[in-house]
Design a protein around this ligand. Structure first.
Ligand code: GLY
Length: 419
């Protein structure tokens, strides 16, 4: 069966962004995912936070994040325009982020962060307590300091996924809600032919883009030297809604409360997303009582009124993490096989740039300079003379019952069929 010019394996925000860009280039596109948008994109809070996610040792990733952030406003405008809605419908908010401290230890950690930001030349401004209170009156009376990062924004990933699916439908692209049984590669020619679906259908395509998030290393038939070193890192997150008392914030509020990192992401409709755990738990997507306790404890330490909100949803998702926390983008040694995976904590932020970079590779155009350091080749083992990859590089195999036909993350609330 003809799978079009480009076949994207994985219908999360990254795969859909690649598919949309490809469709905009006039390519015939098929996306395959048993549950589009129900992986990490479903759990994600949607922070666009290259600064408050920055780590001193990850300067190239921060630069990539800043470059993708710059693309977000036009990406959102274009997407909204294409499906005939206002850009605000995608939940892009540019109110900035407050990184706060509630005790002396936090304050010292904030000072350390400032040093890192200065080192990387990132914009963050100390925000005196009085000003913080003006900006966010619901912050705890125990607040003792903060950094204001105007440039860290947020978007609603579920709405973006929905919009991308609509845009793809308008452009005649196909989204198949099926699992991939295996990738089909002609070993003699070192060429990717397409995929075989769980029902045995063989889809043929000149280009296959592997964008299956945490599952990207587990697809059967993937040649060892093309396997991205991706492993799952579990994140549990809460969605709260106003009850009798709203707890409206304008800014994203982040902090580390006695070692527990937490972020509070307010949406226009009154929803507050509180995240997230970081768990090396393999393929486990259980939602744990202790995660609710820890996240709510940390969140109420920063904003006590959060305790009045209604717990609406508790979701676990799996971040696709790599050894250097950065994505794997672009062509592989196998002709016609491209990667768009490994986005770890930054999939939503990096979606626009990933779309541009990966579609450039599919079209045989040069990778944008900013993305050129994020190819699979950076993980090549120096001991291999042919320059190909060392096996798996930390990737974990999924249990057989998760691939294909992985379950959507667990929810306390009944799942809606559409975001
Ligand atoms: N982007 C934040 C997280 O992955 O928890």
């Amino acid at each position: 069966v003809n799978g079009g010019d480009v076949l994207v394996v994985g219908g999360g925000i990254v795969g859909l962004a690649v598919a949309w860009r490809a469709a905009q280039e006039g390519l015939a596109v098929t996306v395959v995912d048993p549950a589009p948008g129900r992986g990490a994109s479903w759990a994600a809070a949607g922070m666009l936070a290259p600064v408050t996610e920055a780590r001193a040792a990850e300067a190239p990733l921060t630069a990539l994040g800043l470059a993708s952030l710059r693309r977000w406003p036009s990406f959102a405008d274009e997407l909204a325009d294409e499906i005939g809605v206002e850009p605000a419908c995608l939940g892009l908010r540019r109110d900035g982020t407050l990184q706060v401290a509630v005790d002396e230890d936090d304050l010292r950690a904030l000072d350390d962060l400032r040093v890192v930001y200065d080192l990387l030349g990132l914009p963050a401004e100390p925000c005196p307590v009085r000003r913080c209170r003006q900006l966010e009156p619901l912050l705890t009376p125990r607040l003792c300091g903060a950094l204001l990062v105007d440039g860290d924004w947020q978007v609603d990933p579920r709405r973006v996924v929905d919009a991308l699916r609509q845009a793809l439908a308008r452009r005649g692209a196909t989204v198949l809600t099926r699992a991939v049984r295996r990738l089909d590669v002609d070993d003699a020619l070192d060429r990717c032919l397409g995929v075989t679906l769980d029902d045995g259908t063989m889809l043929r395509s000149a280009s296959v883009v592997l964008a299956a998030g945490a599952w990207s290393a587990t697809v059967a038939g993937l040649p060892e030297h093309c396997r991205p070193p991706v492993r799952p890192v579990k994140g549990e997150i809460l969605r709260l809604r106003p009850g009798r008392y709203p707890a409206a914030l304008r800014h994203v509020v982040r902090g580390s409360v006695r070692g527990t990192a937490v972020y509070l992401v307010p949406r226009d409709d009154g929803e507050l997303v509180v995240g997230a755990t970081m768990e090396e738990a393999g393929w486990d997507t259980d939602v744990r009582a202790v995660a609710v306790r820890d996240l709510l404890w940390a969140a109420t330490e920063l904003v006590p009124a959060v305790g009045e909100l209604v717990l609406h949803e508790h979701v676990a998702g799996l971040r696709p993490a790599t050894p250097d926390n950065a994505p794997v983008l672009g062509p592989t040694p196998v002709v016609g096989l491209h990667l768009a995976t490994g986005h770890h904590r930054n999939g939503v932020l990096l979606a626009p740039l990933t779309g541009d970079a990966v579609v450039a590779g599919v079209l045989g155009r040069p990778t944008p300079d900013i993305a050129s350091g994020f190819s699979l080749g950076r993980f090549a083992s120096p001991s291999r003379e042919d320059g190909s990859m060392s096996p798996a590089g930390g990737a974990q195999r999924a249990p057989a019952d998760l691939v294909p036909g992985r379950p959507a993350p667990c929810c306390l609330t009944p799942k809606r069929s559409r975001p």
